[in-house]
Ligand binder design. Structure first.
Ligand SMILES: C[S@@+](CC[C@H](N)C(=O)[O-])C[C@H]1O[C@@H](n2cnc3c(N)ncnc32)[C@H](O)[C@@H]1O
Length: 627
């Protein structure tokens, strides 16, 4: 496990001096502290009708009068609750108080301030004031404290209103306070797609173990471990530090316990180890047809422990089925898009294991990969293998093959143009021949991820919002299980290629609409894409979350963003429309999502077209794959 430390902070709610939190906190092993910027009672005093707001910033009213603890303290902003007071004077005074605190925090150079999110039942002045504060904060981050409890299942909705009205500002992040009892799983999972920076745990949310040391319930531990994967920090919140704390080990025991939980997280699986550093990182999908892949890219593919094993298994099974035992028949294999030769090697191994005689052609269009293939022929394969430098779509093969082996798959199955390449290659597959893979299916599901949405929108242009990205998901919440959108089968004998016609590729266009039902209130930020492929009979490879080939890491999911996030109430429906389109030079995807309401009585569904996202990437204007 790469990272072995977690930052744990301390909040002493009764503290009236930064030295208390600072000295006690550092002594007890805490990395930072939370402290009210205004002294207790100041807010109430200022709100009295006879008092003027201009008196609020007397040094005597402030907890921090200079910046000696500025690197340690996160400043708590008072006067948030009455921001929605119906009384004009109270509201205006609170607004001025908040503004002064923000300016003071920025002046001191605090790294973060924290607002406590009020109920917002009385109005929306709090989001307006926070939105304005975000513009004043410079480099200081704004945390908003939101408490999740078993009874209050509206916490996420409050956050959603706040961040929506603050225009999804990435400086606004969540400090999630976990109450003593947690709501059910679905109300917790939705937080995994949000920018949770900090988890706040009151000492009263801990229980004691047999020796009297503070520990968390199993439910808290499990959720905390999931949040730890998002690189959160933790704050221990206590009313005061004295004998009432009633825990063996004193206040230090809480941070020691949190660090213990962090250190003892389960070992990463092989896929996560490989993906370390790539979580939620947007990558442009490869275009192996239009571009020539680099050696380092092939090297990464070749480390996959599962993909090649499954191809070998598929080839072995196909050879056994095709040729009887003890036969002298020579089976012609062609590996098209052979790269640096790993599938050639596996096909030869399969033939040896199956005790079948084979002859193999390795076809590749990348001139650099051809150098490696020729070197391997000389050093390893000899006359068994013929290396052909050619685009498979135009190669005039000297003979037809029995088994056509390719791996031209992208995260969405067909997005590296396997259908178009194999249309060409199937010309030299015997009528009874076998294609490995024999099919692949693309899947989609609606997803929520503030992190990914912020990453894409930070480019501030249309092109990035209409481009799919390959991403190893982490801060992502899938709103429903994936559904299949389309499938390609090989060989496809119905295909008649008329390369002279501009519409020669029309048979590879697709259009599909899928309806999904959401479980909880959610914000949809985009569509997740996956594939499943049948290599031969029951030999499969998959990155679909439910059927993912264990340990296979060659493909991360694909993410199609939505330009504007879509609010979906619990148990509502959303239709996702997806197109695969092409012209003579390129292939591209278009997509849109439309919320759907269902009449409670008649169960009739109506698309709320007015709330739909627009159709993304019309005519491939922002992203496409070159033929
Ligand atoms: C995803 S890589 C797979 C490489 C190798 N088979 C492996 O599994 O490690 C796809 C390979 O197909 C090649 N390729 C793509 N389109 C091709 C075409 N039309 N004709 C020949 N080679 C092609 C690319 O250059 C690349 O080497």
């Amino acid at each position: 496990m790469a990272d072995t430390t977690i930052s744990v902070g301390l909040e002493v709610r009764s503290a009236n001096n930064p030295d208390i939190v600072g000295d006690l906190g550092t002594e007890a092993g805490y990395s930072f502290g939370l402290l009210q910027l205004l002294r207790a009672g100041v807010q109430e005093e200022i709100l009295k009708p006879q008092n003027m707001i201009s008196n609020a910033f007397e040094p005597a009213n402030l907890q921090m009068t200079e910046n000696s603890w500025a690197g340690f303290i996160v400043g708590e902003i008072s006067a948030c609750e009455p921001l929605d007071s119906p009384d004009d004077s109270t509201r205006q005074k609170c607004e001025a108080l908040v503004k002064q605190q923000i300016q003071w925090a920025a002046h001191l150079g605090l790294s973060s301030v924290i607002f406590t999110c009020p109920s917002m039942d009385g109005g929306l002045n709090f989001p307006r004031v926070v939105g304005r504060a975000l513009g004043m904060l410079g480099y200081t981050q704004a945390w908003v404290r939101i408490t999740v409890t078993k009874r209050d299942t509206e916490a996420w909705k409050k956050w959603n209103v706040l961040r929506t009205l603050c225009e999804h500002n990435p400086k606004l992040v969540v400090a999630l306070e976990l109450g003593p009892e947690l709501p059910n799983e679905s109300f917790l999972q939705q937080w995994l797609a949000e920018p949770v920076r900090t988890v706040i745990l009151s000492t009263t949310s801990f229980i004691s173990n047999k020796k009297g040391f503070p520990v968390l319930s199993k439910a808290h531990q499990s959720f905390l471990r999931q949040l730890m994967e998002l690189n959160v920090q933790v704050v221990i919140s206590t009313e005061c530090i004295d004998e009432k704390l009633n825990a063996a080990g004193g206040i230090a025991a809480y941070q020691q316990y949190i660090r213990h939980i962090y250190r003892t997280r389960p070992e990463l699986g092989i896929v996560d180890q490989f993906a370390s550093g790539y979580h939620d990182y947007l990558q442009s999908p490869l275009q192996p047809l239009m571009d020539n892949l680099e050696s380092a890219t092939y090297e990464v593919f070749e480390k996959d422990p599962i993909k090649y094993q499954e191809y070998e298994r598929a080839t072995y099974r196909a050879l056994l089925d095709r040729v009887p035992d003890n036969s002298d028949i020579v089976t012609v294999l062609m590996v098209v898009g052979a790269g640096r030769g790993p599938l050639v090697q596996r096909a030869l191994q399969a033939a040896e294991n199956a005790k079948r005689k084979v002859k193999l052609y390795a076809v590749e269009k990348n001139p650099n990969a051809i150098v490696t293939l020729r070197a391997r022929k000389e050093e390893e394969w000899g006359d068994l293998v013929e290396v052909v430098h050619c685009d498979m779509r135009y190669w005039e093969a000297p003979e037809k093959c029995d088994i056509l082996i390719s791996e031209l798959l992208g995260s969405f199955g067909d997005n590296e143009l396997s259908p178009e390449c194999l249309d060409g290659a199937q010309r030299f597959l015997k009528d009874s021949g076998i294609s490995i893979p024999s099919s692949y299916t693309a899947y989609i599901s609606p997803m929520s991820s503030t992190k990914l949405y912020n990453e894409v929108s930070s480019y501030k242009d249309l092109e990035h919002m209409e481009t799919p990205y390959v991403v190893k998901f982490r801060a992502v919440h899938e709103l429903a299980e994936p559904k299949a959108v389309w499938r390609f089968d090989h060989p496809d004998r119905k295909v008649v290629m008329d390369l002279g016609s501009p519409n020669f590729n029309n048979h590879n266009t697709r259009y599909s609409t899928q309806r999904f039902q959401t479980k909880t209130d959610s914000m949809m930020h985009g569509v997740a894409g996956y594939f499943e492929s049948t290599l031969y009979k029951d030999v499969m490879i998959s990155i679909h979350p439910k059927t993912h080939s264990p340990g296979m890491f060659s493909w991360f999911p694909i993410f199609f963003p939505l330009k504007s996030p879509l609010y979906l109430p619990a148990n509502s429906y959303v239709d996702i429309h997806f197109w695969r389109l092409c012209d003579a030079r390129k292939v591209w995807y278009e997509w849109t999502a439309i919320p759907v309401t269902q009449d409670g009585q008649t169960k009739t569904c109506t698309a709320i077209v007015g709330a739909a996202s627009s159709i993304h990437n019309i005519d491939g204007r922002s992203s496409w794959i070159g033929l």
